[in-house]
Design a protein around this ligand. Structure first.
Ligand code: 5GP
Length: 143
């Protein structure tokens, strides 16, 4: 997938927004959604997306939708900090398959980091839904 690819409204995140695929939600408002990554690289790995922008990546993202996503990312990062007490939080965003993007609906990753815990591989090991739900609850509690 090149950087210039057109938006596919059947991508997995579009289906999650429409309620056609399950999610473990952390936070939702009129314009954004934050939910647990099912292949987490660490405990609390959360994705933040726009619900209003049909955007493939950073390059075609309207600035107002980008601002909404970043505001939600900050809100959720603060809740992750309070709820999970990581040593750091990585904010990551990939554009184009060669850069590591695998889902072509613009999103940012929030990846909590601990000094003594190795990071898992990207989009690799599926977590049990009960585990994701328990972690999401700790984050939601701090929102
Ligand atoms: P990207 O590689 O595009 O930056 O990130 C896509 C992310 O979506 C990956 O971290 C991957 O684990 C996650 N992912 C892929 N499919 C699903 C899914 O069906 N549900 C959820 N919650 N996350 C997914």
């Amino acid at each position: 997938m090149s950087l210039q690819t057109t938006y596919d409204s059947d991508n997995i995140f579009a289906k999650i927004i429409r309620g056609e695929m399950p999610k473990v939600a952390v936070y939702e408002d009129d314009t954004t959604l934050a939910f647990m990554d099912v292949f987490p690289q660490s405990e609390g790995h959360t994705l933040v997306i726009s619900k209003t922008a049909s955007s493939v990546n950073l390059l075609d993202m309207p600035a107002d939708a980008l601002a909404d996503v970043m505001a939600t990312a900050q809100k959720v990062a603060r809740a992750i900090n309070r709820g999970l007490k990581p040593d750091g939080i990585r904010l990551v965003q990939f554009n184009g398959a060669p850069a590591g993007q695998t889902v072509f609906h613009t999103h940012v990753h929030l990846i909590p980091m601990w000094e003594d815990r190795p990071l898992g591989r990207h989009a690799s090991d599926m977590a049990p839904v009960e585990e994701l739900e328990a972690t999401a609850e700790k984050i939601r509690h701090e929102l």
